[in-house]
Design a protein around this ligand. Structure first.
Ligand SMILES: Cc1cc2nc3c(=O)[nH]c(=O)nc-3n(C[C@H](O)[C@H](O)[C@H](O)COP(=O)(O)OP(=O)(O)OC[C@H]3O[C@@H](n4cnc5c(N)ncnc54)[C@H](O)[C@@H]3O)c2cc1C
Length: 407
């Protein structure tokens, strides 16, 4: 039986990060992956969706190019090429990841692994002796009763990646990160999007003012959404909502969260989505870094990004968490010259402060996914607002908004 110090089950961001870092530190590591290295993030999540998103943005921008003085006739969408681009992007990244794991000295075994006891893992008919077992087995799309996935009319976030053509209409169930992102992708491609959310507001985990602003933007864009609502019945692809609204979408995308895959077995540590905590790739990666290298992090300061149109990002306290010692200030994106040049004036930058420090930040804007890190740096390092004001922000940028909101 081959012997290793660490046996890691799952080759997603949690597993491959822990594997590479432990191996890089001189430990012997075997990493088991039953499918493809990179896990959900690289193969079915973050990366393929961002490739679709970029193609859909390019298409939509070209269609609206006249606003910027450019006339383009006969814009044609070849969706098979969009899919090819997505596949080649994922493959390129996977190849470099495979190489990086190999170069780290970790051994990868492509087989489903099963824990036999606290020191033995079985995979592909072989047994491996390990001192420590780490589970990084990820998560899977959550099914809703009455909306069981069939891959044809009721799709999961995995199924939708196999689209071969753009649907005329779609009903998205759930307005979290996945639902909002697909609403943007599909509406950019010209699909009529309907969205239903059980909670009172879109993006229920966000700051309430963010949710309300996104609802306003959805209304302006004529994206139809139903709050406090859910699917009541489906008859011949005719979907009746609890509210009585009837929709006839080409298919339904169920984006109602993910369930941890966490086999009940003897292990030393569980990392990433399998923990059932914060299901984000960067959380999985940092948990792995903490485990392998002892690099600590604050669980309350994990940035959230939603790739809507415009982007949404936040970290720290929200409006609904504020107490009497908190204050807030808000800057509309229209205050920034750059937003008018880009025709992206929807949104705001909002900071929540306590005494002279920032404790929460919420951004609805183009580039929100990058901007949030400036505020995260300030929050995490407890930088005083007066010190932040001493920084010079380049003009014209969206970052200037951070200076403006603090003023
Ligand atoms: C559509 C979508 C979009 C997303 N977009 C983002 C985003 O933009 N940003 C972000 O931060 N997060 C995003 N996420 C979430 C992100 O993908 C996950 O948080 C991340 O992949 C979790 O990493 P992980 O290593 O814990 O698990 P996973 O990435 O799920 O990896 C687990 C791996 O374990 C393997 N495995 C399971 N059981 C076994 C076994 N018994 N033997 C061997 N191998 C096994 C699986 O095959 C899988 O490869 C998205 C998710 C989805 C679905």
């Amino acid at each position: 039986m081959e012997e290793f110090e660490y046996g890691i089950i799952g080759g997603g961001p949690a597993g491959y990060t822990a594997g590479m870092m432990l191996a890089g530190n001189g430990h012997s590591v075997v990493l088991f992956e039953k499918d493809k290295l990179g896990g959900t993030c690289l193969n079915k999540g973050c990366i393929p969706t961002k490739s679709f998103l970029h193609s859909s943005d390019v298409y939509s921008e070209i269609k609206h190019a006249e606003n910027f003085g450019i006339k383009i006739d006969n814009v044609e969408l070849d969706f098979s090429k969009v899919v090819e681009k997505k596949n080649s992007t994922v493959e390129k990244i996977r190849k470099s990841l495979e190489l990086a794991v190999k170069n780290s000295g970790a051994r990868t075994v492509y087989a489903e692994a099963c824990v036999k006891n606290k020191n033995v893992i079985e995979a592909g008919g072989e047994e491996y002796s390990v001192k420590h077992i780490i589970l990084a087995t990820g998560s899977k799309p959550r099914e809703i009763k009455g909306l069981e996935f069939d891959g044809k009319f009721i799709l999961s976030s995995d199924d939708i990646l196999n689209l071969t053509q753009i649907p005329k209409s779609v009903l998205i169930v759930g307005s979290g990160a996945i639902g909002i992102e697909w609403a943007r992708i599909l509406s950019n491609f010209g699909t009529e999007v309907f969205l239903t959310e059980m909670a009172e507001h879109l993006i229920p985990l966000a700051d309430i003012e963010v949710s309300k602003r996104i609802e306003r933007i959805f209304k302006q864009k004529k994206l139809k959404f139903y709050l406090n609502d859910s699917v009541e019945k489906i008859e011949n692809k005719k979907v009746t909502l609890k509210s009585g609204n009837v929709i006839e979408p080409e298919f339904i995308l169920v984006a109602a969260g993910r369930v941890p895959i966490c086999p009940n077995c003897d292990c030393e540590k569980i990392l990433g989505d399998a923990c059932g905590e914060i299901q984000l790739a960067h959380y999985a990666i940092h948990q792995a870094k903490q485990f392998a290298l002892g690099i600590p992090f604050d669980k309350n300061l994990i940035p959230s990004v939603i790739y809507g149109e415009p982007e949404i990002a936040w970290v720290g306290l929200r409006e609904q968490d504020m107490d009497e010692n908190c204050k807030k200030s808000m800057l509309p994106i229209t205050a920034l010259g750059k937003s008018w040049c880009d025709d992206c004036t929807d949104g705001f930058i909002k900071v929540i402060t306590k005494e002279d420090k920032i404790v929460g930040a919420h951004i609805v804007s183009k580039e929100a996914s990058s901007l949030i890190h400036i505020l995260l740096t300030a929050i995490q390092n407890k930088i005083c607002i007066n010190d932040l004001k001493k920084m010079t922000y380049a003009h014209p940028t969206y970052s200037e908004g951070i200076f403006e909101v603090l003023m």
